[in-house]
Design a protein around this ligand. Structure first.
Ligand code: ATP
Length: 329
């Protein structure tokens, strides 16, 4: 007997998903995944809600693609459970309702863009209208081009078009804007927001934190296979009580890490940035060390700074799933 569709209302622990009109459409419960004895994901719990953009962030190797592949049913779990629209991940009813753009995708080169889209539409019982697909993906001008003649960014737009051909209620986008120019990226962002408005849930991984900042209702931050932080972009930023002191300095070889309350020093051209846990202490010490400092500004952390900070902060508190598993092995 086929299980019925999940109609559970989002619980309050899922911050961006507590509107009564939204439903949990996919979930992972206590999911653990190992590759050759090494743990890639450890005890992951996640709800994905309709009409939500969920961004999964993390450094290279954090486990983002593995998590998406598990939700797609392309990988089995070693422990835990995954449900997609109330069905097992990877089952036909789950696949029919989902779309996906993966990092590695090969396309037959002998087909034109229009033919690719029509082929993908034919796989689904209720495909998205051709014109709508083309418009969402910004491919109006190149429908008759062969895919082998597309640039990297254009190919990415075609892969996005193919991911939405089935009119998905759940869309997985694994680093979708890689290789896109500024205009194409903005077009993709608009398409994501329009799809969200129509009720589609979008799970996004990206290394462009501006992308997550603009689009995500909820962010999950993975590190070494574990969730180390989750919340709205504002909540993630607010969870880091640090500030950024920025100034320009001559290359005097000064060691800014010795300044009181400074936890991270970065430089870009002539500008130095100090992440500080106590802005008064840092400013006092900085002005003693460099009284001639110029272009001084103080700001709250943006998402990128918060991301770097949280990753570093957990360097010591998170032993890392891989290590834990390694010890057991
Ligand atoms: N098929 C596989 N066989 C063995 N190890 C794997 C396999 N797939 C992933 N891994 C390992 O699992 C961990 C998580 O990989 P994953 O690809 O999920 O990371 P990611 O966060 O998507 O990284 P990136 O940002 O570089 O795409 C890494 O240590 C990776 O080497």
């Amino acid at each position: 007997m086929q299980p019925s569709l999940t109609t559970q209302i989002c619980n309050e622990s899922a911050p961006a998903c507590n509107l009564p009109s939204r439903r949990v459409i996919a979930s992972a419960r206590s999911v653990t995944k190992r590759f050759n004895g090494k743990t890639a994901l450890h005890d992951i719990n996640l709800d994905i809600c309709s009409g939500q953009v969920l961004a999964i962030l993390g450094a290279n190797g954090a486990g983002k693609t593995t998590l998406i592949n598990i939700l797609l049913g392309r990988l089995n779990v070693d422990a835990g459970e995954v449900s997609v629209f109330g069905y097992p991940a990877g089952s036909l009813p789950a696949k029919r309702r989902a779309g996906v753009l993966l990092q590695v995708a090969a396309l037959p080169e002998t087909l034109k863009i229009k033919e690719h889209i029509q082929l993908f539409q034919s796989y689904y019982p209720q495909p998205m209208a051709y014109q709508k697909v083309i418009e969402y993906a910004g491919l109006q001008e190149m429908q008759h081009r062969y895919s082998k003649k597309l640039s990297g960014g254009e190919k990415q737009r075609l892969l996005f078009a193919l991911s939405i051909c089935g009119n998905p209620k759940l869309l997985f986008l694994d680093e979708p804007s890689v290789g896109m120019d500024v205009e194409a990226r903005k077009g993709l962002w608009q398409a994501i927001l329009d799809l969200k408005k129509s009720g589609t849930a979008i799970v996004l991984t990206t290394h462009y934190l501006e992308e997550a900042d603009r689009l995500a209702d909820e962010i999950v931050l993975l590190k070494q296979g574990e969730i180390i932080q989750r919340g709205t972009t504002s909540q993630i930023k607010a969870s880091v009580s640090h500030a950024i002191v920025r100034f320009s300095a001559n290359d005097s070889g000064t060691d800014y890490t010795t300044i009181a309350a400074v936890e991270r020093v970065t430089s870009s051209g002539k500008f130095i940035e100090l992440a500080s846990s106590d802005i008064n202490q840092t400013l006092k010490a900085l002005l003693i060390l460099e009284p001639q400092v110029q272009d001084l500004t103080v700001s709250n952390m943006g998402l990128e700074d918060a991301f770097l900070h949280l990753n570093q902060q957990n360097e010591h508190t998170t032993t890392g799933a891989t290590n834990k598993q390694g010890e057991q092995a």
